[in-house]
Design a protein around this ligand. Structure first.
Ligand code: TRP
Length: 448
């Protein structure tokens, strides 16, 4: 590969961009509603176990594949496992990334519309029911859905035309810490609501009766979605890491911060859900119905709402940039397209998918499979099928196919090997992850 690759300028830049990819709507919109639908505490427990036993090892695997080759997924696999068809895994990853973008852009559009509502003061003086209507009105209007989705996509692809470093690094490094502080303020506010303890009980009390196999599958998918795994995204990012940073420290930092943000989102949402007498099982609309009610009762809620949706927008943008970058980098390095052409092609394809998803709540609501509209279907397939498949692939490759010396060298820090870390990774990627993911697939396909 003759393409010149520019590394991240600093370790902080690399971490900020990686956290920027991981922290997004997956944490703040998806985690609360998935936990809400699957019984709260038990879901959280399975989620955390999955992060520790599968998420971090798969992230490390992707880091190893990316940094040892400094190439995109396909090129990296051709270098690491030459002469085999293993590189085809890259196609699954890229398809998965495009599928994810299809529904993810629609949710980004919702955030943009809510930012606009916050600015125009739409949230003040309404009842909980009216907040529900606000959301229903949005998704039932094809033009509103298209307008906001397309607007967000335009911002995303314009930012991308500026290149990885300037675009991603600068946005992520400033906005992520601000979002974190704001979440802490919102958590404190929720904890002071009357009846807040019921929400905490829901989130932290472990009761398996509402979880079931279905919930376990969702917790796995959620962990992969939230950590940006299984789509070669971390391979692409790690290909920009410099050779001195400690991969394990980065993986634990990213996974730790990401999970913390998800749990904080839970602490922000559930006390409010119970305090306002709403339903935790509401599904994808949960956060959009609860948050306006939260801001309405807060002192200075007008400003908090604007700040929150603005920061969430930036968090979403760093995630969509990372998802788009997967396909773009692939087109540039494997098909020799110019960056501009690659961006345009990715934009065209994801616009088609996102448009269909945006319309699946209104004009195309009758297009359903197993009772899911296109949006729900892509949301489900992305995390529970594509990401798990991609993650399984990365785990098997690092566990069984690549030279152990590559793993040792990549995990070493300042020339110092860490046998404990090596053992943890090898056991997880050779045995735990493949067995767990295969069980999930057997369950999904109804075999067990
Ligand atoms: N992790 C992001 C979120 O939680 C979504 C995301 C961004 C993603 N890039 C990814 C998921 C790559 C899988 C792969 O919102």
């Amino acid at each position: 590969m003759s393409h010149k690759r520019i590394g991240f300028a600093t370790r902080l830049g690399a971490i900020a961009a990686t956290v920027g990819s991981a922290v997004g709507l997956g944490n703040i919109w998806r985690f609360p509603y998935e936990a809400g639908q699957n019984g709260g505490g038990a879901f959280l427990l399975v989620y955390v176990l999955c992060v520790l036993l599968l998420g971090i090892p798969v992230m490390l695997s992707e880091f190893i594949i990316g940094r040892s080759t400094h190439q995109n997924m396909k090129g990296a696999l051709q270098t690491l496992v030459p002469g085999k068809k293993v590189y085809r895994l890259a196609y699954i990853c890229i398809t998965g990334a495009l599928v994810t973008l299809g529904f993810y852009f629609v949710v980004c559009g919702w955030v943009l519309q809510y930012l606009c509502h916050a600015v125009t003061g739409e949230f003040s003086g309404q009842t909980s029911q009216e907040y529900g209507l606000l959301f229903t009105r949005l998704i039932e209007s094809p033009w509103a859905m298209l307008l906001w989705t397309w607007l967000f996509m335009a911002v995303n692809f314009v930012v991308m035309l500026q290149g990885v470093q300037k675009g991603i690094e600068r946005i992520a490094a400033i906005m992520m810490p601000m979002l974190f502080v704001l979440l802490a303020v919102l958590c404190a506010n929720s904890l002071l609501l009357p009846g807040a303890h019921k929400g905490l009980q829901f989130l932290f009390n472990i009761d398996f009766s509402h979880l079931g196999w279905h919930g376990v599958v969702d917790a796995f998918g959620q962990a992969f979605m939230s950590l940006s795994l299984g789509m070669a995204c971390m391979v692409t990012y790690a290909s920009y890491f410099n050779d001195e940073t400690s991969l394990s420290r980065d993986a634990f930092t990213v996974a730790g911060l990401d999970s913390l943000v998800a749990i904080m989102a839970g602490v922000m949402i559930f006390p409010a859900v119970f305090s306002f007498g709403m339903q935790p099982e509401a599904g994808p609309k949960l956060v959009f119905e609860i948050l306006p009610a939260v801001f309405q009762q807060m002192t200075g809620g007008y400003i908090w709402a604007i700040l929150f949706f603005l920061l969430l927008l930036f968090a979403s943008l760093t995630s969509t940039i990372s998802l788009s970058e997967i396909a773009i980098k692939f087109l540039i390095e494997e098909h020799n397209l110019s960056r501009k052409k690659a961006i345009i092609l990715t934009a065209v394809f994801s616009t088609i998918l996102a448009t269909l998803c945006a319309l699946s709540f209104n004009v195309l609501r009758h297009w359903t499979v197993y009772n899911m509209n296109l949006f729900d279907l892509l949301n489900y397939l992305a995390s529970n099928v594509f990401m798990l498949l991609g993650g399984l692939g990365a785990a098997l490759i690092v566990g069984w196919l690549i030279d152990i010396k590559v793993i040792q060298r990549q995990l070493a820090h300042k020339g110092q090997r860490s046998p404990r870390l090596e053992r943890y990774l090898i056991v997880c990627v050779r045995y735990v992850a493949p067995i767990a993911i295969v069980l999930i697939f057997l369950q999904l396909t109804g075999v067990i």
